[in-house]
Design a protein around this ligand. Structure first.
Ligand code: DAK
Length: 261
């Protein structure tokens, strides 16, 4: 599949790398870019061999500087709602991927860019990363899930502060408030992301997928239902060859060789 606004590669077996590629507009998300991200996410979801998705932005300045303001400027209310629904669907599909998705935030992650990173399972940031939800400066509220995902990640008080003030947060503060898992030097970001992806890809794939499912679906259930889901998925893991292999390898004091089933 050929793309104009994103790059989509598999740099190593099982590792997918999606790069939003509009550096001249700081990788701002217009409709065409959202559609291409949607297609790439569909491609990853359908790929049985995909173990992890890394998502980043082209250039050294921005991850994604938001939804494309020039496209949104003259929206009617109907167009605004349609654009928000379109973006929200894409981000929901990203969030629902069965394998982990990690945002590598290399610069500005503002508005829709911060929301795109939040739709990933976690964020690895460069020391140049800057996060924020500046929509209130533009006369809109966040439209791609920020009002919902940011409070779930940070707690409602901190998220509310950022959403209603539009204040920007640099990498170190983002680490301190739990918005990102780790901060690394900008030059090392992709390498660190690939190392992380390799580590995940080396684990039992079905166990990784069920773990993600239990964590993400469990968050919307009550504790008893969530624990029941975990037990079911644990049981299903016991139906795999990889579970037999993983435990046998431990007992035989050798590394396990997983096959994905
Ligand atoms: N959209 C379009 N173009 C953008 C852009 C954006 N979000 N951000 C930057 N650019 C463009 C600039 O216009 C400029 O283009 P040229 O003038 O060169 O043609 C180029 O990228 C370089 O930007 P700057 O010259 O401004 O670069 P600086 O280093 O001076 O500043 C900056 C970097 C990131 C601080 C600045 O560009 C900036 O403040 N950008 C806007 C950040 C922002 O406000 N982002 C949030 C966008 S709003 C909804 C759906 C979705 C949303 C809301 C509602 N519904 C439908 C309800 C989401 C909203 C957003 O994401």
């Amino acid at each position: 599949m050929s793309y104009q606004n994103i790059l989509f590669e598999q740099p190593e077996t099982g590792i997918c790398l999606l790069t939003v590629n509009r550096p001249q507009a700081l990788n701002a998300l217009n409709s065409a870019t959202l559609d291409e991200i949607a297609q790439a996410v569909e491609q990853v979801a359908a790929d049985e061999s995909a173990r992890v998705l890394l998502l980043t932005g082209a250039g050294d300045k921005a991850f994604v500087a938001g939804a494309d303001i020039s496209e949104m400027q003259n929206f009617t209310p109907e167009q605004g709602e349609a654009f928000s629904v379109r973006g929200s669907r894409v981000f929901a599909a990203l969030e629902a991927l069965p394998m982990p998705a990690i945002a590598l935030v290399n610069g500005y992650a503002l508005g829709g860019g911060c929301e795109l990173a939040l739709a990933c399972d976690w964020i690895l940031a460069s020391d140049r990363a800057v996060f924020g939800q500046p929509e209130v400066n533009l006369g809109v509220c966040a439209g791609f899930g920020g009002t919902q995902r940011l409070p779930r990640r940070l707690g409602s008080a901190r998220a509310m502060e950022l959403l209603v003030t539009g204040r920007q947060v640099r990498a170190e503060e983002a680490l301190a408030i739990g918005l990102v898992n780790e901060v690394v030097a900008a030059a090392d970001l992709l390498q660190k992301g690939l190392e992380l992806a390799r580590l995940i890809a080396s684990k039992a794939p079905v166990a990784v997928r069920y773990t993600k499912e239990a964590v993400t679906r469990g968050a919307d259930l009550n504790l008893a239902e969530a624990l029941a889901l975990e037990s079911q998925r644990f049981g299903r893991c016991c139906a795999t060859q990889d579970q037999k292999e993983g435990m046998r390898a431990f007992l035989e004091k050798r590394p396990a060789k997983f096959h994905g089933g």
